[in-house]
Write a new protein. Structure first.
Length: 160
């Protein structure tokens, strides 16, 4: 009877296969983490852009309520404006303003036309007491990438 004793150990092939499996898993986890960070950052940008849109619409309402004649009426239609806070009030300026060091928010006023029934229409009489406003937010230095955009009608409700 032959009594050969076999001592089993870990072969080099097993070590290489195990290392390859671990490397693949770590690479997959790292890729998933990078994707998570990218999506999280993009989601944060969209949230901030939407807050800037909301702030702009509220600022325009305050400007309208304060004095339409001196704050909204002088702003030319189809011209790009930026909101400027002087420490006590908002105003429109043609000088680019950067929000939070990384976003640009533009505001463009457009005329509103009404038909004989005073409904908004494509042709008719220009309503001097109403302006369509388009607010856009994009990353500073990348105007081709719109993060958020909103349109609203601003009406001189107080006839001021």
């Amino acid at each position: 009877m032959s009594s050969h004793r076999y001592i089993r150990g870990i072969s080099v092939v097993e070590i290489v296969v195990s290392a390859a499996i671990i490397a693949t898993a770590v690479t997959g986890i790292a890729g998933a983490w990078q994707l998570y960070l990218k999506v999280s950052n993009l989601s944060n940008q969209y949230a901030q852009a939407n807050m800037l849109i909301e702030e702009a619409s509220e600022a325009l309402s305050v400007m309208r309520d304060t004095n339409w004649t001196s704050t909204i009426n002088p702003l030319t239609v189809n011209t790009t404006y930026y909101l400027y806070w002087n420490g006590s009030a908002y105003s429109g300026t043609t000088t680019q303003q950067i929000s939070q060091g990384k976003y640009v928010r533009t505001i463009v006023f457009q005329s509103v036309v009404r038909d004989v029934n005073f409904d908004i229409a494509s042709s008719g009489t220009v309503d001097l007491k109403t302006r369509k406003v388009i607010i856009t937010v994009y990353p500073f230095g990348n105007a081709s990438t719109t993060l958020a955009q909103a349109q609203l009608l601003l009406h001189n409700v107080y006839n001021n």
